[in-house]
Design a protein around this ligand. Structure first.
Ligand code: DX5
Ligand code: ZN
Length: 220
């Protein structure tokens, strides 16, 4: 098993000072920067887009883990490549041609992830496991930070852990939504190795970020 890493979601940061927030969460120990993109169509909320993402690129050297909650997604993939995304994760539910979207990300030389909403079964990824670099299990319905962890997703994480191990490939198993010091040990036990945390990572302001991250990862 790989060491468990953390991808703080800047959705929970102060949008008025996003550059400084990204620099602060980097310094506090973020492994990836989780960038939540919401379109008001696939999900019932709007966050920000590729221009804001690009403007943040110079504030950290950590990988940008871009979680695209947008439909259609294909027309925006080149824009997020240009914005400096390192990993582009799209939703299984966001379009009719998942395999094509995956190939589009790969054609730009970027890592590709696929995310599953809480009601979408793990088996929908069976025929793309050899193509992808990351699976993102949503443990809340996407659209908002600060929601409660849906514990039925633990079984799905276990199933995906087995599916990933069976490939023998290096595929991150990421979990997103309601992750805090209480739920993190549950998803880690189920097989997750990359944790997204929004509100739990950014609570209390920049002086608290390192302590927040250590607490979520069980280091304190
Ligand atoms: C939800 C987003 C999450 C969100 C997590 O749609 O994809 O990344 O920011 O926020 P918390 O950790 O507060 O549940
Ligand atoms: Zn997310």
């Amino acid at each position: 098993r790989k060491p468990v890493r953390i991808a703080p979601s800047i959705l929970a940061a102060d949008f008025a000072t996003l550059g400084a927030e990204v620099a602060a969460i980097d310094k506090a120990g973020a492994d990836y920067i989780h960038v939540d993109i919401m379109d008001g169509h696939f999900v019932p909320n709007i966050s920000f887009g590729p221009a804001v993402t690009k403007s943040l690129r110079s504030y950290t050297d950590k990988p940008f883990d871009c979680h695209l909650m947008i439909s259609p997604v294909d027309p925006f993939i080149p824009e997020f490549v240009d914005a400096g995304a390192d990993i582009i994760t799209l939703h299984q539910e966001a379009g009719a041609h998942l395999h094509r979207s995956i190939q589009l990300v790969k054609s730009h030389g970027k890592k590709v992830g696929v995310s599953l909403n809480p009601a979408t079964p793990a088996s929908t990824l069976e025929h793309v496991m050899d193509e992808i670099d990351l699976v993102l299990v949503m443990s809340v319905n996407p659209g908002f930070g600060g929601q409660t962890f849906i514990s039925s997703q633990l079984d799905k994480i276990r199933t995906l852990r087995a599916m990933i191990d069976e490939t023998g490939r290096d595929i991150d198993l990421e979990v997103d939504g309601g992750i805090n010091e209480t739920t993190a040990p549950l998803v880690i036990e189920a097989g997750a190795d990359l944790l997204v945390a929004g509100s739990a990572a950014f609570k209390g302001g920049p002086e608290q970020y390192a302590a927040n991250i250590n607490r979520i990862l069980g280091r304190s």
